[in-house]
Design a protein around this ligand. Structure first.
Ligand code: SF4
Length: 883
C-alpha cells in the first residue's frame, strides 16, 4: 500500500483560497483555507458567504486532519484475498488508474448489455456534493416529478439505494401537503411560538447559519417548546422542555388536535374552508364524492342546502361538520371525519402513552393557539398576508423515525393547518426557492396541491424492478435494509434477476444502518464490488476494486446550494447559489468523484449519444441553447459546471468567477415574494388535510397484491391488515411492537446526532481532533441514564453498563443526568464501529445501531419505510473486565 508521501510538488506561497466545507450533509458554508508552503494550516468561515457569514463549526477546521489522515485510501486498489469481511485483510495491491478504470468499465459494459438492473448504486452523504451521483430531484429547482440519479439513469438501472435515509424518512408529509422537498422552512423571523418534537432546528449539531437564526429568534422572544426524551442544547435555551417516551410523539400530536377541536374549539375556520380539502364530501368508501358529470369533488353549501363542485362560483359557504345525502349516499365533510377520529385522543389518553401530563398537553396546545393569533394579518411590501406566528415543526428524525412516525408528521401538518400557519409569515413555509418553486403549489384538477416525489408513489410492477422493494413500499424514502434482504432471499422478495455488481459512492450501509450481519452476508454474495471512497470503512473493505476519491478539500468543485434538511433558513429564503471550491494541493493518487463517473461512462460506452450521460445532464440541469452539451463530445466536469452556472445566473457568469470569490449567488425571491401565499393567495390553492391520496396509494397496492396473488415480502398474510392501517386518510394511533416487549425490557432507548458526528461525512468518526474534543465532552461518549433510575438499578456515574434490546447489546460507561426522561436510556451519535485499516479512534464509544432491527413486520413504517429507532431495552451494571 502507498505510504504517507506527498506526491505533488509543494507550493511555496502563503495564501488563502476560497473553498467550502463538506464535513456534514449540509455542505453549504463558504470557507477560506490557509495554505503555507503547500500545507493547509487553517480554515475559517468566508465572511462574504450569505449562508454562514464567516462562521464555521468545529467540524470544518477538523477537516485539516481528514486531509492529512494517514489511514486514507491513497491509490487505486485491487483485492487479492477472496475472503471478505469488514475486519478481514483484503490483501490490497496497488494498480494504475488505467487498469482500475478498465476493470470496472468492462464489468459495467457487460452488465449494461445483459440487464442494467443488475447494477446497484449505493450512495451516501460521503458523495453529497457529487452532481452525478446524488438524487436528481435535489438538483431540480422547479420540476420535482422526476426522481432518479444522473449516473443511474444514463446506465439504465433503477437500483439506486441511499444508505442515509432508513432512519430519516422525513419527506413524505412535506411532499404530500406542501408540495415541497426536502421539507419546509420554519419562518423564524415572524414565529413567536415554535414546538419542536424530536428534531433540531440547527444548534444541536452546531450548524452556523441555523444556530445564528435560532439565537436571534430566542433573543427576540420566540418561545421554543422542545418535545424530546432528552434535554438538548436547544431545549436548554427554550421555554419548555417536555420529556416524552420515544416513539409516542404521534400520541402527543393526536391529542393536540383533540384539544383544539374539542376543548379550545378555536381554529382558523376560513383557512380550513378555503385552503384545505376539509369541506370536501367523503363517501362511505373514504373517497371524495364527485359530481357525476365533471368528476370534480363536491362540497356542501349550507346556505343553499345543496352539494356543489368545490370550485362552483355560487358557493355561499362550506359545511365542515354534519352529514349530507348526495344522490342517496350518506356523505360527510372530510373535516367532520377528522373530528370524529380525534375524539378519543384526550390528553388523559395521551398521558398514559407518552408519560406527558395531560395538563402539559392542554397548556401547550392552548398557548400554541393563542400565539397563532388567528385572524391577524401583516403587510409585507404592500401585500397583506395572514400572520400566524406559531407552528409545530414536523420532520423531526427523533419523532418520525418510528413505526407510525409518518402519521406523526402528517399530524403536525394538520395542527399547522388548524391555525392556518401554512405558507404564510410565522408559519411553516415553502422550502427552496419561493417564486420558481411556488409552481409546485399549483392545484391539480381536484383543487389540491399535487404530491411530489416520494408522495407520488412508485408505480406498481410485478415482478418488481427495484431491489429495494419500491413497488411494495411505493412511498418509502431509502430502503437499503430491504435491498440486502432481497439479495439474500430473491424468491421470497420476487426478485427475478441477480444483483451482479455494487457501485458504492460515499456510502457505508454496513455501519450506517442496523442488522450489519445481513448487510455483510449480502455483500459477500454479490460477485463484483467497486467502492469510490476516501477511507477503509466497513463497506469499502468488502470491495474488489477501490477507486480513491480525493478528500473534499482537494476537489475543485462547485455545489449548487440547496436549502438544507432539519435546519432553519428563513434569511436565505429565495437564495440561489453556486458554492465553488479551489482545491488544495493533492496528496495522493486520487480523483474527484464526478471525473471518475465521466471516465467510467466514457469507457463503458454510455457517455455519448441519446440517453447517455451528456443527454441526462442536459435534461436534469435543464441546459438550453448554446449551453446544452453536444451529445457526441466528452466534457470535463469544469466545463459542465460552467454551463450550468451560465444557465442559472446568465452567460456573463462563469466557474472561473465563482472560484475567485468562492460563490456566485442571487436572491430570486425576497420580501413578499419569499412566501408562497403571495403566488397563491386566498382560495387559489388547497392543501390536503384529509389524505385521500395516501388511502389511494394503499388501496392500489392492496388491489395489485390481490390481482397478482402475492404478499408483502417480510410480512405474514395475517399481518397485512396491520400493514395497510398505515395508509389511512386520517392518522391514528397504532401501538408498535415495542409496546409488547416483555416486562424485563423496562426502558426505552433514544439516539441523537451530535456536533462531533452528525454524519460520518468527511470521516468524522476517525478524525483525531474531533476524537480529542469528544473525549473531553462530559456527555458525548457515554450511555445516559436518569439519576433516579440509575439509583434504583444500583448504577453509579462512570460505571460500565450493558444495554440490551430484543435485537442486540451494547456497552459503555454510564452518565447519570437529570437531562433525560426517567424511562429512557440515551446513546449519542453512531460510535463504536471501524475496521482494522481505520484510525483506531473510530471504534471508541458505544454503538447505538446494534440495538435496532429492520425486520419489516416488527420495525418498519409501511408508509415511509423507516426503521423504528426507539426499541425497548434493559440495562445492567457490568464489571469492567467483562466489557
Ligand atoms: S455545519 Fe456542516 S458545512 Fe457548515 S461548517 Fe459545519 S460541517 Fe461544515
Amino acid at each position: 500500500m502507498a505510504q504517507l508521501t506527498i506526491e505533488s510538488p509543494r507550493e511555496s506561497e502563503d495564501k488563502w483560497i476560497p473553498s467550502f466545507c463538506m464535513m456534514c450533509m449540509q455542505a453549504d458554508d463558504g470557507t477560506l483555507v490557509h495554505i503555507e508552503d503547500g500545507v493547509v494550516t487553517n480554515i475559517i468561515g468566508n465572511p462574504d458567504c450569505p449562508t454562514n457569514l464567516g462562521k464555521v463549526c468545529l467540524r470544518s477546521i477538523s477537516s485539516i486532519m481528514g486531509l492529512y489522515n494517514p489511514y486514507r485510501v491513497k491509490a487505486p486498489l485491487k483485492r487479492t484475498n477472496p475472503e471478505k469481511g469488514p475486519d478481514i485483510d483484503p490483501g490490497w495491491v496497488e494498480i494504475s488508474w488505467d487498469e482500475a478504470l478498465n476493470i470496472v468499465a468492462e464489468k459495467l459494459r457487460k452488465i449494461r448489455e445483459e440487464d442494467p438492473r443488475k447494477l446497484l448504486v449505493w450512495e451516501g452523504w460521503g458523495c453529497a456534493e457529487s452532481l452525478f451521483i446524488t438524487p436528481k430531484e435535489v438538483e431540480r429547482a422547479t420540476n420535482y416529478e422526476v426522481p432518479g440519479q444522473i449516473f443511474a439513469e444514463a446506465f439504465g438501472t433503477p437500483n439506486v439505494v441511499g444508505s442515509h435515509g432508513p432512519t430519516c424518512s422525513i419527506h413524505y408529509a412535506a411532499n404530500l401537503v406542501h408540495g415541497q422537498h426536502p421539507e419546509y422552512i420554519s419562518d423564524l423571523e415572524h414565529c413567536d411560538y415554535l414546538i419542536a418534537p424530536g428534531r433540531t432546528v440547527g444548534p444541536n449539531v452546531a450548524t452556523p447559519g441555523a444556530t445564528r437564526r435560532f439565537i436571534q429568534a430566542i433573543e427576540r422572544g420566540m418561545k421554543l417548546v422542545t418535545i424530546d426524551p432528552r434535554c438538548s442544547v436547544e431545549a436548554s435555551k427554550g421555554y419548555r422542555w417536555i420529556p416524552i417516551r420515544p416513539g409516542t410523539e404521534l400520541a402527543f400530536a393526536l391529542s393536540m388536535i383533540h384539544v383544539i377541536l374539542y376543548e379550545i374549539r378555536k381554529f382558523d375556520i376560513w383557512f380550513i374552508k378555503n385552503r384545505t380539502n376539509g369541506p370536501y364530501l367523503i363517501g362511505p368508501d373514504g373517497y371524495y364524492v364527485r359530481d357525476s358529470e365533471t368528476r370534480k369533488p363536491l362540497v356542501w353549501d349550507p346556505i343553499d342546502k345543496k352539494a356543489k363542485t368545490f370550485d362552483d362560483p355560487s358557493i355561499k359557504d362550506y359545511a365542515l361538520e354534519g352529514e349530507y345525502f348526495v344522490g342517496g349516499t350518506k356523505t360527510k365533510p372530510a373535516f367532520q371525519l377528522i373530528k370524529e377520529r380525534m375524539k378519543e385522543y384526550t390528553p388523559e389518553w395521551a398521558e398514559k402513552i407518552t408519560s406527558v401530563p395531560a395538563e402539559t398537553i392542554r397548556t401547550t396546545t392552548k398557548e400554541f393557539v393563542e400565539h397563532a393569533m388567528i385572524g391577524s394579518t401583516i403587510e409585507i411590501d404592500g401585500f397583506t398576508f395572514p400572520l400566524r406566528p406559531a407552528q409545530i415543526a414536523g420532520s423531526g428524525r427523533g419523532a418520525v423515525s418510528h413505526k407510525g412516525g409518518m402519521y406523526f408528521d402528517l399530524c403536525t401538518k394538520i395542527i399547522n393547518m388548524l391555525v392556518g400557519a401554512m405558507e404564510v409569515p410565522g408559519g411553516a413555509t415553502g422550502n427552496r426557492n419561493p417564486g420558481p418553486c411556488a409552481e409546485t403549489l399549483r392545484p391539480n384538477e381536484d383543487g389540491i396541491v399535487k404530491p411530489i416525489l416520494e408522495a407520488i408513489g412508485v408505480p406498481w410492477k410485478f415482478p418488481p424492478d427495484h431491489v429495494d422493494m419500491a413497488e411494495f413500499y411505493p412511498t418509502k424514502h431509502t430502503a437499503p435494509h430491504l435491498a440486502v434482504r432481497a439479495i439474500l432471499n430473491p424468491e421470497e422478495y420476487y426478485l427475478t434477476y441477480p444483483i451482479e455488481a455494487f457501485l458504492i459512492c460515499g456510502a457505508n450501509p454496513i455501519r450506517a444502518i442496523c442488522d450489519a450481519e445481513i448487510f455483510i452476508e449480502a455483500f459477500k454474495k454479490v460477485p463484483f464490488i467497486v467502492a469510490i471512497s476516501t477511507q477503509f470503512d466497513e463497506t469499502t473493505m468488502m470491495a474488489d476494486i477501490v477507486l480513491p476519491e480525493s478528500y473534499f478539500l482537494e476537489r475543485k468543485f462547485c455545489r449548487f446550494y440547496l436549502v438544507v434538511h432539519q435546519s432553519i433558513a428563513d434569511d436565505v429564503r429565495g437564495l440561489e447559489m453556486a458554492l465553488c471550491r479551489n482545491p488544495v494541493p493533492p496528496l495522493f493518487n486520487t480523483m474527484q468523484i464526478d471525473e471518475i463517473i465521466i471516465e467510467l461512462a466514457d469507457r463503458a460506452g454510455f457517455l455519448k449519444g441519446p440517453g447517455g450521460l451528456n443527454d441526462v445532464i442536459n435534461r436534469t440541469f435543464m441546459l438550453t441553447d448554446h449551453r446544452k452539451l453536444d451529445l457526441d463530445k466528452r466534457y470535463s466536469f469544469d466545463e459542465i459546471v460552467d454551463r450550468r452556472i451560465k444557465q442559472i445566473f446568465g452567460d456573463e457568469h462563469s466557474l472561473e468567477e465563482g472560484l475567485k470569490k468562492g460563490f456566485i449567488y442571487k436572491f430570486s425571491a425576497t420580501g413578499k415574494k419569499g412566501y408562497n401565499y403571495y403566488y397563491w393567495p386566498d382560495n387559489k390553492t388547497r392543501h390536503p388535510i384529509y389524505f385521500e391520496y395516501t388511502k389511494k396509494t394503499g388501496d392500489t397496492l392492496r388491489e395489485n397484491l390481490k390481482k397478482y396473488n402475492v404478499k408483502i415480502p417480510g410480512w405474514k398474510e395475517e399481518e397485512l391488515d396491520n400493514f395497510f392501517e398505515y395508509f389511512e386518510p386520517i392518522p391514528k394511533w397504532i401501538p408498535n411492537a415495542e409496546f409488547e416487549a416483555p416486562p424485563e425490557y423496562d426502558l426505552w432507548v433514544a439516539n441523537w446526532k451530535t456536533p462531533f458526528m452528525p454524519f460520518a461525512t468527511g470521516g468524522t468518526q476517525e478524525n483525531p481532533w474531533l476524537a480529542e474534543l469528544r473525549e473531553n465532552d462530559p456527555y458525548e461518549m457515554f450511555i445516559h441514564i436518569n439519576t433516579e433510575t440509575a439509583k434504583k438499578k444500583g448504577i453509579k456515574d462512570g460505571d460500565w453498563v450493558e444495554v440490551e434490546s430484543r435485537y442486540g447489546k451494547t456497552k459503555g460507561r454510564a452518565k447519570l443526568t437529570e437531562l433525560i426522561h426517567p424511562e429512557v436510556i440515551g446513546i449519542p451519535a453512531c460510535y463504536g464501529r471501524g475496521t482494522i485499516l481505520m484510525n483506531p479512534v473510530a471504534k471508541e464509544g458505544p454503538p447505538f445501531n446494534v440495538l435496532m432491527t429492520a425486520k419489516e413486520n416488527i420495525a418498519l413504517d409501511p408508509l415511509s419505510g423507516t426503521i423504528d429507532v426507539g426499541p425497548r431495552v434493559k440495562i445492567r451494571k457490568i464489571e469492567e473486565e467483562a466489557r
